[in-house]
Ligand binder design. Structure first.
Ligand code: GLN
Length: 487
């Protein structure tokens, strides 16, 4: 058996090695479970692992491989954020209110990965109901950043990013409503892809803010993200917001480089308040793109300054409606000895929701209430249109945008509790793409002097994931060349 280097192995390499019988799925999953044993205590990336079930899935995959069955991910283990349904596994959204709940069905994205042969070995930690930017708001306690000790993983898909960056997952799924895939990927030093709104079915993902949510991959390489996207993308009759657009071969589309492309640097994303080392890393990679034959142009996204306010009105409004279903009646935890239905709802929700979830429900209920609806919610919808138009105008003059993911590298641990407003402002460069429904990807583009990972955000027009991936793969290569090694 070949030595399995879980720290380096990509999904593509794992799938090829399994096909060539370099190692079996059972051996791969065994090695992975050992690595999880070694590092889970420190990283707290998983909320649940069933070793027997993982090994049984691996044995079934080995039998399928021996029978000559094909499948792009046959025998390859993945970890899934704890808000995406995998039949028979817990799906708690890291909330006490879903304690004991198991998903009775597969999300469409999971169904498609399963058909391609993927295995589901565990659930990844997250901020409760995907509300947060640190993964500190989890009922399981915070995940820890393997690339930056003493710093948060980012969130809300922080468990997924920590597992991939820490060598205890080869690839993961997260969800992104306003940055929850891109930001933790950038804080932990891996790749995270938020598809265009409608690209991947949301059926089976627990709704956070329905007009913004998307499922997407967190991986070590751009091509791995392309691989998972290709398997999951495409319309689904069970999600009427999924869109029937052609799904090209995204992995093949990663070739091509940036020569001849026009890449925009949005000046509004290089504000005074940015950490200078973040700005420097992003600009340096843009310079390398220019050296490689791309034209670099400055573009404006003038409504960026309204993005955080707009997002936190629209998302909280939708969250307050979506989370109304968790009332102690149908799912998970329930208050003891209720005196009336109202008493049951109130005591269950008061005891089982964390403080950030309550804050969002209160804000959302407020902006939707009569008298405030026009002043806040309606105005936010209008601002959303202006933000969408900003991107349309920018993409009229360039093929893709290069920007920071976040104004700073990973926050110091403890920040999640300390200052909610500062965290909201930290989402300045991720939320606008979500409001506009376009696609975005985060990939490593350097480290600060203190060794903290810095992410580059590549943004593409809606349903132009192929072009975005081509740019991202080229950036990955240019960055690797600069470091004189592998991506
Ligand atoms: N950090 C953002 C928030 O707290 C994004 C969350 C997400 O994308 N799920 O709302």
């Amino acid at each position: 058996m070949k030595l399995i280097d879980l720290e380096q192995l990509s999904l593509q390499q794992a799938a090829t090695a399994l096909r060539q019988r370099d190692f079996s799925s059972f051996e791969l999953v065994t090695a992975l479970l050992e690595a999880i044993h070694r590092r889970q205590g420190e990283l707290n990336a998983y909320t649940w692992v069933d070793e027997q079930d993982a090994l049984a899935q691996a044995e079934a995959a080995d039998a399928a491989l021996a029978a000559g069955r094909a499948g792009a991910l046959l025998g390859v283990p993945l970890v899934i954020k704890d808000n995406i349904s995998v039949a028979g596994q817990p799906c708690t959204c890291a909330s006490r209110i879903l304690d004991g709940y198991r998903a009775p069905f597969d999300a469409t994205a999971i169904e498609r990965l399963r058909s391609a042969g993927a295995l589901f070995v565990g659930r990844a930690n997250m901020d409760e109901f995907a509300l947060g930017s640190t993964t500190e708001a989890s009922c399981y306690g915070p995940s820890r950043n393997p690339a930056a000790p003493g710093r948060v993983t980012g969130g809300s898909s922080g468990g997924s990013a920590a597992a991939v960056a820490g060598g205890i997952a080869l690839g993961a799924l997260g969800s992104d409503t306003g940055g929850s895939i891109r930001q933790p990927a950038s804080f932990c030093g891996c790749v995270g892809l938020k598809p265009s709104y409608g690209r991947i079915s949301r059926f089976g993902a627990v709704a956070c803010a329905s007009s913004l949510d998307q499922i997407g991959p967190i991986t070590r390489t751009v091509r791995d993200a392309a691989l998972l996207l290709g398997v999951m993308a495409g319309p689904d009759t069970r999600d009427s917001t999924s869109v029937d657009q052609p799904v090209p071969d995204y992995v093949a589309g990663c070739e091509g480089g940036v020569r001849g492309l026009r890449l925009g640097l949005p000046r509004d994303y290089f504000a005074e308040g940015n950490d200078p080392e973040v700005t420097a890393c992003v600009r340096r990679l843009a310079d390398r793109c220019r050296d490689a034959g791309a034209e670099i142009v400055e573009v404006g996204l003038p409504h960026t300054r309204y993005a955080v306010a707009t997002y936190y009105i629209i998302m909280t409004a939708e969250v307050s409606a979506n989370l109304a279903r968790f009332d102690g009646v149908r799912y998970g935890a329930r208050a003891d000895d209720p005196q009336s239905p109202e008493d049951l709802y109130c005591r269950t929700r008061a005891a089982c929701f964390g403080s950030e979830v309550k804050r969002r429900i209160l804000l959302g209920t407020y902006v939707l209430s009569s008298g405030y609806y026009d002043a806040y919610y309606l105005r936010a919808l209008k601002a959303r249109t202006l933000i969408r138009r900003d991107f349309e105008q920018a993409f009229a003059g360039c093929d893709a945008l290069l920007a920071p993911v976040s104004p700073t590298p990973a926050y110091p641990a403890g920040m999640g509790q300390a200052d909610p407003l500062a965290l909201y402002l930290g989402d300045s460069y991720t939320v606008a793409a979500s409001l506009a429904g376009i696609c975005g990807l985060s990939l490593p583009c350097g480290t600060t002097a203190a060794g903290l990972p810095v992410g580059l955000q590549v943004l593409g027009p809606a349903f132009a994931e192929d072009r975005m991936l081509r740019v991202a793969a080229a950036c990955e290569e240019l960055h690797a060349r600069e470091r004189g090694g592998r991506p």
